[in-house]
Design a protein around this ligand. Structure first.
Ligand SMILES: CC(=O)N[C@H]1[C@@H](OP(=O)(O)OP(=O)(O)OC[C@H]2O[C@@H](n3ccc(=O)[nH]c3=O)[C@H](O)[C@@H]2O)O[C@H](CO)[C@@H](O)[C@@H]1O
Ligand SMILES: C=C(OP(=O)(O)O)C(=O)O
Length: 436
């Protein structure tokens, strides 16, 4: 079992580059199967286990997928199989994003039902209601969702009960090839939704309003391959911002987009962190002493749930009482127990965690409970006294490219080792093991 070993106490300084966003690239790759003509060339693709998984989902359907040098080239002009088996959906819930494109292009899709996961039950009822509103019949049984429509999907007015990112994306992709106009109300407004809309428009789609709560899609008969660069990962950027803050360091985070990071910038500034626009990125300077603050996770442009656990690590080091309220996922506090192993002082009250800081963090063996918890435990390890060992790195590899190597290049005392204690090439990471 691989581990990341961190010895706390180093201040981090230097430059780091933010990769393309995981949560943007997965829907864009799924959308590429809408193209019955031409190839899609997607740049700024991060080397992540999730990208390998979605590529395997497409290959399994008979699409040609080539991934090298951070570029994925997809030719989906073959006749595709309309299935995504459980072995892929189990590894990565975002595999359900092929449902909309398959249904729109072939009138049929059979995709394994994603289960819950460590952060909550995560139903897909809003995706399915959207397809039904567009004329599809949907059957859930034997662990699969089977959706079917005679002829083309029909445009519809769809109000989402909650602004679900995945439902907005799945419906937007399906609507791109439907007959007539679809209007999604109470749509998710995340930057990744805008990136997907831009990709669909370059494919010949007609999507307007992405980034607002109402998205209008006029369906077209054919979509074609195109070329696109993925937006930078705001959560990876936010993670490095916390790394600077928690170590009292000074990091230039290249390729960070400040408009995507407003809620994170605002909270870090409240905690005493200095953040300056510089070149094509952000310089983040940690203070001598961090101040407590409160955060409540919300859909964009509220504070992102995917930064909740990293902020928890930071708040543990701040002076005073901080409160974190998680409203997006019902069970995203699994990392609290792991932080406690590091001598963190906090208590859970319903959907909130109350932190009396600062805690004198101590190194310990801790297990990542999800992808962001993995990063958060490493961040805490940067500050803790002694050695922290983080296990369950399969979560980390889903969403961070070479996090240990990047932190080491900024001055962290960190390495990734295998079960024999031998240092692992950070670029090979767990991806190879995961897929073999
Ligand atoms: C691959 C990807 O982009 N993942 C992101 C995406 O996940 P994902 O798209 O799964 O998240 P959603 O926005 O759909 O989920 C938000 C909330 O809505 C609920 N819900 C969702 C769909 C549905 O049909 N019914 C329903 O009740 C969920 O249980 C959850 O409580 O957005 C989340 C919220 O920003 C992020 O944490 C994830 O990193
Ligand atoms: C929850 C996350 O991702 P996913 O939706 O892919 O599980 C995440 O990126 O933190």
């Amino acid at each position: 079992m691989e581990k990341i070993i961190v010895r706390g106490g180093q201040q981090l300084n230097g430059n780091v580059y933010v990769e393309g966003a995981k949560n943007a690239v997965l829907p864009v790759i799924a959308a590429s199967i809408l193209a019955s003509e031409g190839k899609s060339v997607i740049h700024e693709v991060p080397v992540l286990a999730d990208v390998y998984t979605i590529n395997e989902v497409l290959r399994n359907m008979n699409a040609d997928v080539d991934f090298k040098d951070n570029t994925v080239v997809i030719d989906a002009s073959n006749e595709l199989k309309t299935e995504a088996p459980f072995e892929y959906v189990r590894k990565m819930r975002a595999s359900v994003l092929v449902l909309g494109p398959l249904l729109a292009r072939y009138g049929h899709a059979n995709v394994a039902m994603p289960g819950g996961c460590a952060i909550g039950s995560r139903p897909i009822d809003l995706h399915l209601k959207g397809f039904e509103a567009m004329g599809a019949s949907v059957h859930v049984g034997n662990g699969f969702v089977e959706a079917h429509v005679e002829g083309r999907l029909k445009g519809a007015k769809i109000y989402l009960d909650v602004p679900s990112v995945g439902a907005t994306e799945n419906i937007m992709m399906a609507a791109a090839l439907a007959e007539g106009r679809t209007v999604i109300e109470n749509a998710a407004k995340e930057p990744e939704i805008v990136d997907l809309a831009n990709f669909l428009n370059k494919m010949g789609g007609k999507v307007i309003g992405a980034g607002t709560e109402t998205i209008r899609i006029d369906g077209v008969e054919v979509l074609h391959g195109t070329e696109h660069s993925i937006i930078p990962d705001r959560i990876e950027a936010g993670t490095f911002m916390v790394a600077a803050a928690i170590t009292g360091g000074n990091i230039l985070i290249e390729n960070a987009v400040s408009e995507h990071l407003r809620p994170i910038i605002s909270k870090l500034e409240e905690m005493g962190v200095t953040i300056l626009e510089e070149g094509s990125g952000l310089r983040v300077i940690g203070p001598d002493a961090l101040k407590a603050t409160d955060i409540k996770t919300l859909p964009h442009p509220g504070f992102p749930t995917d930064m909740q656990s990293q902020m928890m690590a930071l708040m543990l080091c701040a002076h005073g009482t901080s409160v974190i309220t998680e409203t997006v996922f019902e069970n995203r506090f699994m990392h609290v127990e792991e932080f406690r192993r590091m001598n963190a002082k906090m208590k859970i009250e319903g959907r909130s965690v109350i932190i009396e800081g600062p805690s004198e963090l101590q190194g310990a063996e801790v297990a990542a409970t999800d992808l962001r918890a993995a990063a958060a435990l490493i961040l805490a390890g940067l500050r803790a006294e002694g050695m922290t060992r983080v296990t369950e790195l399969k979560h980390l590899d889903r969403g961070y490219v070479n996090l240990a190597g990047k932190l080491a290049s900024l001055g962290a005392d960190i390495e990734r080792v295998d079960e024999n204690g031998d240092v692992v090439n950070p670029y090979k990471v767990g991806i190879v093991a995961e897929l073999s």
